[in-house]
Design a protein around this ligand. Structure first.
Ligand code: AMP
Ligand code: GLY
Length: 425
C-alpha cells in the first residue's frame, strides 16, 4: 500500500511511525511533514489546506489511503474533495467534522441527545451575550469562541468585568477571527480532565486507552494555555466506573446522534471529559487525534493502524478488537522559548542519534525542518519525547544515558520536564 499523511506536527509523526510498522505499507508520503517524519516518509511540499493539490497528488501516485491528521483541513472539507474523486481517505466529512468545528453545534447536539455536558447558551449577538452575563450568569463562567482557534478560544472569567472584556475580545475585536462570530457561554465545571480518543466507522466506536494532557506553559502552571506541553497515558483517574458511565452515556450516544442527524462520523473522535463531582461531562469534542495525545496512545497500541483505519472507512470496525499494551507512556514537549506567544525559529539541534534504536523511547518531531542537512527548530512546539515503562512512574523515570556533553541537553531537559509534568498533574 501507498499511504499519504496530511499534517506536519508531532501527532503526524506519531501516526507516520505507527503506519510505518504496518506490514501492509510499502511507501509513506507526508504533506508537508517535518524533519523527523522525513526519516519515515517522503515529504511533499503541499500545504494541508491545498485540497485540490493534495487530491491531484494522491491520484498521480495512486495512493491507497490518505490519513488527515489536522483539524483545519477536516473542518474545511478535505475528505469531501477526496471522496468526490473516488480516493480512499481516513477522516470525517465536513458535515461530521463540525463536531469539532463548531462548539455551538456540539453543545446543541449534546443537549438534544442528553449527552452530559456543562449548561450553556449560544449567542451570535454581543449585546445579548452581555445582557445574559449581567442578569443571569454565575461566576466563574466560561466563554468559548464557536470555531477553531488553535485551542486558545476559551476564556475562563472570574467576574463580570472579565466576562465583558471577553465578549469584546471574542465577538467584537475578533481576536480569534470568524471563530468568534458565535460564542458559547458555559457553566464552569471543576474536576480532573481526561481525554479518550476513539476510532469510529459511522456506527461502531472503539475507544483507545485514556490520556491526560498538560495544557499550560511554564513551571507551576504559571504560563498561558497551549496546544499541550505533554501527556501521559493511561490516566489514573479514568477508572472502570468512569469508563462504564461514558460507554453508556457519552461514546455510543455521540456516534448515534451524529448518524441520526444525517452526519455519520468516520474517523477519530477525541472526547475531552471533565470528571465533575456530578459525574463525567463532555468538555469538548475533537475530530482528530490529539497532539500530543497521539504521542502516548499510539506507541501503546497493539493493532496494525492501517487495518483499523481501513475498517473505519469500510464500515467494518465491529470486526476489530482494539488492544493496548498493559504499560504506560509519558510524553514531554520541548518548546521554543516564548511559546505560545513569540519565539525564534531556525535554531540548530543535536543529539537525535541518542533516540535511534532505543526501545521504549520516541523522539517525535513537532516543529522541525531540515536546513542544509541540519535539523533546526521550526515552530513553537519542537519535539515530543515519549518514554514507555511498565507504569507511569517507570515511564517518567526512564533515564537516557547521555553519550557526550552535546547530547546532555535534550536528555536532561526531557527528564526534568517529565518530572515537572507529573508533579503538576
Ligand atoms: P476546550 O478547548 O473546550 O477543551 O477548553 C480548553 C480548556 O478550558 C479545557 O481543557 C479546560 O481546562 C477549560 N474549560 C473548558 N470548558 C470548561 C468548563 N466548562 N469549565 C471549566 N473549565 C473549562
Ligand atoms: N492536546 C489537545 C488537543 O490536541 O486538542
Amino acid at each position: 500500500m501507498k499511504v499519504l499523511i496530511v499534517g506536519s506536527g508531532g501527532r503526524e509523526h506519531a501516526i507516520a511511525w505507527s503506519v510505518s510498522k504496518s506490514p501492509k505499507v510499502d511507501k509513506i508520503y507526508c504533506a508537508p511533514g517535518n524533519a523527523g517524519i522525513a526519516e519515515l516518509a517522503e515529504c511533499v511540499d503541499i500545504g494541508a489546506m491545498e485540497f485540490e493539490k493534495l487530491a491531484d497528488f494522491a491520484q498521480e501516485k495512486a495512493i491507497d489511503l490518505t490519513i488527515i491528521g489536522m483539524d483545519d483541513p477536516l473542518v474545511g472539507g478535505v475528505v469531501d474533495v477526496f471522496e468526490a474523486r473516488g480516493l480512499k481517505v481516513f477522516g470525517p466529512r465536513k458535515n461530521a467534522a463540525i463536531l469539532e468545528g463548531s462548539k455551538a453545534f456540539s453543545k446543541d447536539l449534546m443537549k438534544k441527545y442528553n449527552i452530559p455536558t456543562a449548561a450553556y447558551e449560544n449567542f451570535d449577538d454581543p449585546e445579548k451575550a452581555l445582557e445574559y452575563l449581567r442578569t443571569e450568569a454565575r461566576f466563574p463562567i466560561v466563554l468559548k469562541a464557536d470555531g477553531l482557534a488553535l485551542g486558545k478560544g476559551v476564556l475562563i472569567c472570574q467576574d463580570l468585568k472579565e466576562a465583558e472584556d471577553g465578549v469584546k475580545e471574542i465577538m467584537e475585536d475578533k481576536k480569534f477571527g470568524n471563530a468568534g462570530n458565535t460564542m458559547v457561554i458555559e457553566e464552569f465545571m471543576t474536576g480532573r480532565e481526561v481525554s479518550v480518543l476513539s476510532f469510529v466507522d459511522g456506527k461502531t466506536i472503539r475507544t483507545m486507552t485514556s490520556a491526560q494532557d498538560h495544557k499550560r506553559a511554564q513551571d507551576g502552571d504559571q504560563g498561558l494555555n497551549t496546544g499541550g506541553m505533554g501527556t501521559f497515558s493511561p490516566s489514573p483517574f479514568y477508572t472502570e466506573e468512569v469508563d462504564e458511565f461514558c460507554r453508556k452515556y457519552v461514546y455510543q450516544p455521540t456516534v448515534d446522534a451524529m448518524a441520526a442527524e444525517g452526519r455519520p462520523f468516520k474517523g477519530i473522535i477525541f472526547f475531552g471529559l471533565m470528571l465533575t463531582p456530578d459525574g463525567p461531562k463532555v468538555l469538548e469534542y475533537n475530530a482528530r487525534f490529539g497532539d500530543p495525545e497521539a504521542q502516548v496512545v499510539l506507541p501503546r497500541m497493539k493493532n496494525d493502524i492501517i487495518e483499523v483505519m481501513e475498517a473505519c472507512v469500510n464500515g467494518t470496525l465491529d470486526q476489530i478488537d482494539l488492544q493496548f499494551e498493559d504499560n504506560a507512556a509519558v510524553c514531554v514537549v520541548l518548546a521554543s522559548d516564548g511559546y505560545p506567544v513569540k519565539y525564534e525559529k531556525g535554531i540548530p539541534m543535536y543529539g537525535f542519534e541518542n533516540f535511534k534504536g532505543k526501545d521504549g523511547y520516541y523522539c517525535f518531531h513537532a516543529g522541525t525542518k531540515l536546513k542544509d542537512g541540519q535539523i533546526v527548530t521550526n515552530g513553537g512546539r519542537v519535539l515530543g519525547i515519549t518514554a514507555t515503562g511498565k507504569d507511569l512512574k517507570e515511564a517518567r523515570k526512564m533515564p537516557m544515558k547521555p553519550q557526550s556533553g552535546s547530547h546532555l541537553q535534550i536528555n536532561i531537559c526531557a527528564m526534568i520536564l517529565v518530572r515537572q509534568l507529573m508533579k503538576h498533574k
